[in-house]
Each structure stands twice: as structure tokens, then as C-alpha cells.
Design a protein around this ligand. Structure first.
Ligand SMILES: [Zn+2]
Length: 303
């Protein structure tokens, strides 16, 4: 069943399911919470439940309507993303025109606006008029990571539904069900900070490649290669520093003994503080890796 696709978010699911069961439907919802926690997925599942041809007040996931919504091609379910970083007034006018027609094949028209904090003021005001006098048979679902950036008048016209970060166990469970390699699960769980979307990103691409590159550099550093120190510090200081530091720590944790690790951990904590205050990260990293090389050198004098 489509609802089972949503991991966690018991509170949001309960409110939406209850509204379907009692047929007390709000004309506008605001899904708010951190990115990658299932807001867009929930919007899709709710749209399926509103328009399913087999079930009343729920989605079957198999009928023609549910499948079209799954593919993003249902004529009555409109998905909208900001163009060029912002929602324009033109986009809002187009939705309004579109929503003035009756549903083509479903029971309700559903308009999903993702990242609604990026409405320009003009566009938000235009949307407000639709929310004040909603066309019948229309449901708006808006999502945002930062509700405090919305116009209060817009907020007051929506039913807010909070989405929370996912607990560690739920992330781990999801990663396992996606077939993620067991040795990266603790790392990805730490890095994604409760966001399943981010966890997926890590699994899908970069992080594993970065892990391999960083592992190779660390090995070179251990073998006394100074050039690797400059390479790693340059790359780390220009990229997502904190993520890379956690990555480095997780690699070192597995390969080094605790005695060698302690000063490194202290160094990383210092750099992490420094990153927030924009101190010279590259220099701090160089000092850290030179120290690491010294400790490793002491440990194995053969190098
Ligand atoms: Zn269905």
C-alpha cells in the first residue's frame, strides 16, 4: 500500500489518514520539516488516496489513477517546483488558470508546490487569493523546510503538518532495505542527520567515491608522502568540510589504534569549531595531518 512507502512520520500519516477517513479535507496543507524526510512522497501518496479509482479514502497503488500519479503524469495532479530558484508570478497565474477547470479524470485536483519558501512576494500574494477563495475540488499541498520564511497570511490559510527528522534506527532500516553495503551504513547514518533523502544521495553517488579517494590519501600520508597532505587539505578545505572530517574520522577509526586517534579527534573537533568561525581551515588541516604522520611514524619506525 502506498502509505507503507513513507518511512516514519507517524504523526503526519495519522492526521492525513484521519482526514480521509472522516472525509474532512482541508483545501490547503503545509508540510514542513527538514529536507529529505518524506514530504514530497507523502504528497504523492495523499494525492493517490484522494483520487484512487479502487478505494474510497485510500490509495491502492495499482489502479490507472494511482499509477499515473506515481509516474507524475496524472492530469489532475500538478507538481510545481520553483523556476530559477524562485516561484514566479507567471507560474502562480498558470496554476490558477489550470485549477479553474474541473478535474479531468479524478475526484480532486491536487496542486503540489515544493519549496514554497521560494515564492516571490508577488507570487505569494497571488497565491493567497486562491487560498482565500479556493476553487471547489482543489487541494493544495505546499512543502517547505523553513516555514518561518513564509508570509504569515499564507501560513494562516493552511493546515500545517510537521515532519520530523528520522531516528537513526529508521534510517538504518531503510538503508538495509535499499541493499546498502553494511560497512557504509554507520557512516551514512551519521552523515545524513535524519534525512532519508540525503542518505539516498550518499548511497547513490559521491560519498563512496570520496571515501576511496580519502582512504588512498591517508594511506599515502601514513607512508610519509607529504604531497598527499597538501592534496587532501586542499580538497577537504574547499568542499563540504564537516562531512569530509566525519568521513576521515570514520576511516581512521577503523584503521588506527586509539592512541594514535585521540590527538586526531581533538584536532578535528578544533577544525570543526574553526569552520564555523571561518578560520584558515586548510592550514589547520595541514597541521592535523602532519601531526597524524608524526604519530603514525612513531608507531611504525620502519616507515
Ligand atoms: Zn488506486
Amino acid at each position: 500500500m502506498p502509505w507503507d512507502e513513507i518511512i516514519g512520520q507517524k504523526y503526519a500519516k495519522k492526521i492525513l489518514k484521519n482526514s480521509l477517513k472522516s472525509n474532512y479535507l482541508y483545501h490547503a496543507y503545509l508540510f514542513y520539516g527538514p529536507s529529505g524526510c518524506g514530504k514530497a512522497l507523502t504528497a504523492k501518496v495523499y494525492a493517490q488516496a484522494l483520487n484512487c479509482q479502487e478505494l474510497e479514502g485510500d490509495g491502492c497503488g495499482r489502479c490507472f489513477s494511482c499509477r499515473l500519479i506515481e509516474d507524475g503524469t496524472h492530469p489532475d495532479v500538478i507538481w510545481l517546483l520553483p523556476l530559477k530558484e524562485e516561484f514566479s508570478i507567471k507560474q502562480v497565474r498558470e496554476i490558477k488558470r489550470e485549477l479553474s477547470y474541473k478535474p479531468i479524470m479524478g475526484r480532486r485536483k491536487v496542486c503540489v508546490l515544493l519549496g514554497v519558501e521560494r515564492l516571490t512576494r508577488e507570487a505569494a500574494n497571488a497565491l493567497l487569493i486562491s487560498l482565500e477563495e479556493p476553487p471547489p475540488e482543489v487541494t493544495f499541498i505546499m512543502s517547505t523546510t523553513s516555514p518561518y520564511r513564509l508570509l504569515p497570511t499564507l501560513l494562516s490559510r493552511c493546515q500545517p503538518i510537521r515532519f520530523g527528522s528520522l531516528p537513526k534506527e529508521e534510517i538504518e532500516e531503510a538503508l538495509l532495505s535499499w541493499g546498502a553495503a553494511e560497512d557504509v551504513i554507520p557512516l551514512v547514518t551519521t552523515l545524513c542527520e535524519g534525512s532519508l533523502g540525503r542518505a539516498k544521495e550518499y548511497i547513490d553517488n559521491e560519498i563512496l567515491k570520496r571515501k576511496d579517494v580519502i582512504t588512498a590519501w591517508l594511506k599515502n600520508i601514513e607512508e610519509g608522502d607529504l604531497r598527499s597532505i597538501f592534496e587532501i587539505t586542499e580538497v577537504v578545505s574547499k568542499g563540504r568540510v564537516l562531512e569530509d572530517l566525519i568521513l576521515i574520522l570514520s576511516i581512521l577509526r577503523r584503521s588506527s589504534e586509539p592512541r594514535a586517534l585521540l590527538p586526531i579527534m581533538e584536532g578535528i573537533v578544533e577544525i570543526e569549531k574553526g569552520v564555523r568561525f571561518h578560520t584558515n581551515t586548510q592550514l589547520a588541516l595541514e597541521v592535523l595531518f602532519l601531526e597524524y604522520q608524526r604519530i603514525i611514524g612513531q608507531k611504525s619506525p620502519s616507515h
